[in-house]
Design a protein around this ligand. Sequence first.
Ligand code: HEM
Length: 356
Amino acid sequence: MRSKLTPAFTVGKLKGMFSIINNIGLEMNQYIRKNLGQQEFKEICAKFSTDVIAKCAFGINSHCFEYEDANFREVGRSIFDFSWRNGIVHSSYFFMHGLAKLLRLNFFEKRAVTYLSDAFCNLFYMSSSFHNKMIVCYFLFLEGEKVVAQAIQFFAAGFETTSTTIAFTLYELCVQPQLQDKLRCEIINNIKENNGITYEALQNMKILEMCIMETLRKYPAVPFLDRRCNEDYKIDGTDIVIEKGMSVFIPTLALHYDPQYFPEPDKYKPERFSDKNNYNVDGLYYLPFGEGPRICIGERFGMLVTKLGLVHILSEFEVERIPDTPVPMEFEPKSLLLQSKVGLPMRVKEYQPISE
Ligand code: HEM
């Protein structure tokens, strides 16, 4: 599946997605403008990324900004929002896989699977290639018996990771208004120079890139990686053997807060990433997208969507801290992906440029 999907993420294909994502960005800004004041940004960003992935990958309009109870968004919530059901099932999948298999636990809630299966089946049915159990959509190419399952996995892997990255960046920027001003300045200057939000304009936004990298350090959407050992391995200089078949968990979140690699780890300092050659020099300790043969396949697409989401919001609005904004941040310990315990409420107002 990886080899089939990899060509979907070439620069050319991403450029092709650009105007679709931009249009959804415009829709997001209209929605924000109608709802100025206190807003839950985790929700706004999730609407954005759900619409983007549904449209770019499957050609489906998920209407998240049009309807508060849009089906795709409801389904997204049921997959990742914390609930006891999700807490127990997701933990079993990772830490007691045998039990999850024995009890035939569904990773996703049944109603989510049913809804997405119907949506994707309809789509495949309409596709001329349906009889080969294959779909070639805007940029997604899936085939085989498990086509619907693959489509669901792909949707789930992409939308929540991207939306939390956008939302946590806005959170840090509302806590540090000077940094927000500096970033907005970079964004607006590049939009002016390039006559709009273009692929080229994004390439020149260095502060934006550094901010996102620092967000991914402080708030890696996937806080740990998992692997299964496939041959006995003795750790050099110790008697420890990782045996074949053993599960191995790599604590990304802990590595990202290790002061040996990231001094003053609790501080949000995008300048850490001013030099791209400055991390993972003597080992792998910055792992927001994982590493090796199972590294995130959507890294470039996720970065593009995150950048565009932020560029749209920050070029037209300011986000401000309010008493409900959680400072310091407290994570929800029972959730699979990294989440704030109380959401990410902020106040949003129209950006008023100081006239020259
Ligand atoms: C900022 C956004 C994103 C982050 C932080 C992120 C992070 C990750 C991480 C940590 C992994 C596990 C890698 C490993 O085990 O080494 C992963 C896997 C994956 N991601 Fe992402 N991801 C993001 C966006 C996306 C998007 C937009 C898509 C698709 C449109 C996507 C599709 C996938 C898939 C299919 C896998 C499984 C790959 C495999 O097991 O071979 N991701 N992602």
